[in-house]
Design a protein around this ligand. Structure first.
Ligand code: A3D
Length: 320
C-alpha cells in the first residue's frame, strides 16, 4: 500500500517543524509548499538528509507549484503571516484572508479529498473562510487550536501540582483568542477535577485562576519572548496529533475548531469544541453541559468569532 501523502501549505516555522515531525513519525511522504522560492525546497532537502541518521522512510519534496499536492490525503495549512509583539491574532485577518483564498482554491483544484487542518490565525475565522473557498465537506476541514491551548493548560497544571503532564487532562472551549474558555471543572489530575483538588487543599482557587489566565495569554507569552514570530513547536505537535487520528482512524477525542451546526445552539460556525476524529474526519461534535458562568464565557467567545466572520464577509463578498 502506498504511503499517505501529506501536503504542508506554508513552509515557515510551523511548516518546517511539521515536515520534520511527519518524517520522524513516518506518517507519510511530505510535499512542502510555499510561495517563497527555495524555502520549501531547502527545508525538504535538509530534513531528507537527516533520514539516514534518524532512520526514517519518507520522501520529502519542496515546491512552489500546487500541482505537486495532487491527491494529498492530508493538508495542513500554515500559510500566511504570524503576529509580532503588540499584535493580536485578529490584526492578521485582512492579510491572511487573501492567503486563505489562494490556498482554498489550490486545495479545491488538486486535493479535494484531503482532510484539511488549518492553523493560520485568526484561527476560527480563517478555517471558516478556508472551508468556504475550498468548498470541501465541513467534516473534512478543521482548525487546530484546542489541543495547543489545552496542552498549555496541562503543562502549567503539571508544574503547579508537580506531577507528570501525562496524568493531567484539560479542557479548553471556544474561539482561539483572548476569550477562549479554559474549563476547570472538566480538567483533571489523575482523574480528579480541579475544583476537588482545591477542596482537598492541593492548590488554591487563586492559583487555578492564575493558570487559567496564563493559558489564555499563552500565545502572547511566547510572542513576547521570541519577538520575531509566534509559537511553532507545540502548534506543530498539536496538528500532527489530529492528522494521525485521521490517518489511523483512531477515533481520538480532541478539542478542535470544528463546524458546529445545531450543538451549543450554534448555526453553522467554526469554534473550539470537543470532537471525535477518525477516518471520516470530524465524526462527532461532543456537546457538554455548561454552567451559567461557563455558558456566559462561551457566548462571549462565540460572539468574538462571529464578529471576525462578519469582518471576512465585509472584505470578500464571495464569502457567505
Ligand atoms: P511563518 O514562519 O511566517 O510561515 C508562514 C509561511 O507562509 C511563510 O513561509 C510564507 O512564505 C508562507 N506564505 C505566505 N503567503 C502564502 C501563500 N499565499 N501561499 C503559501 N504560503 C504562503 O509563520 P508560522 O509558521 O510561525 O505561523 C503560521 C501561521 O500559524 C500564522 O498565521 C500564525 O499566526 C499561526 N499560528 C496559529 C496557532 C494556533 O494555535 C492556531 C499557533 C501558532 C501560530
Amino acid at each position: 500500500m502506498a504511503r499517505p501523502k501529506i501536503a504542508l501549505i506554508g513552509a515557515g516555522q510551523i511548516g518546517g517543524t511539521l515536515a520534520h515531525l511527519v518524517a520522524l513519525k513516518e506518517l507519510g511522504d511530505v510535499v512542502l509548499f510555499d510561495i517563497a522560492e527555495g524555502i520549501p525546497q531547502g527545508k525538504s532537502l535538509d530534513i531528507a538528509e537527516s533520514g539516514p541518521v534518524e532512520g526514517f522512510d519518507a520522501t520529502l519534496k519542496g515546491t512552489n507549484d500546487y500541482a505537486d499536492i495532487a491527491g494529498a490525503d492530508v493538508c495542513i495549512v500554515t500559510a500566511g503571516v504570524p503576529r509580532k509583539p503588540g499584535m493580536s491574532r485578529d490584526d492578521l485577518l485582512g492579510i491572511n484572508l487573501k492567503v486563505m483564498k489562494s490556498v482554498g482554491e489550490g486545495i479545491k483544484a488538486h486535493a479535494p479529498d484531503a482532510f484539511v487542518i488549518c492553523i493560520t490565525n485568526p484561527l476560527d475565522a480563517m478555517v471558516w473562510a478556508l472551508r468556504s473557498f475550498s468548498g470541501l465537506p465541513k467534516n473534512k476541514v478543521v482548525g487546530m487550536a484546542g489541543i495547543l491551548d489545552s496542552g498549555r493548560f496541562r503543562h502549567f497544571l503539571s508544574l503547579e501540582f508537580g506531577v507528570s503532564m501525562r496524568d493531567v487532562s484539560a479542557f479548553v472551549l471556544g474561539g482561539h483568542g483572548d476569550t477562549m474558555v479554559p474549563l476547570a471543572r472538566y480538567s483533571t489530575v489523575g482523574g480528579i477535577p480541579l475544583p476537588d483538588l482545591v477542596k482537598m487543599g492541593w492548590t488554591s482557587q487563586d492559583k487555578i485562576d492564575e493558570i487559567v489566565q496564563r493559558t489564555r495569554d499563552g500565545g502572547a507569552e511566547i510572542v513576547a519572548l521570541l519577538k520575531t514570530g509566534s509559537a511553532f513547536y507545540a502548534p506543530a505537535s498539536s496538528a500532527i496529533e489530529m492528522a494521525e487520528a485521521y490517518l489511523k482512524d483512531q477515533k481520538r477525542v480532541l478539542p478542535c475548531a470544528a463546524y458546529v451546526d445545531g450543538a451549543y445552539g450554534l448555526k453553522g460556525l467554526y469554534v473550539g469544541v470537543p470532537t471525535v476524529i477518525g477516518a471520516n474526519g470530524i465524526e462527532k461534535v461532543i456537546e457538554i453541559s455548561l454552567s451559567k458562568d461557563e455558558q456566559a464565557m462561551f457566548d462571549k467567545s462565540v460572539d468574538a468569532v462571529k464578529g471576525l466572520v462578519e469582518a471576512c464577509k465585509g472584505i470578500d463578498s464571495s464569502l457567505s
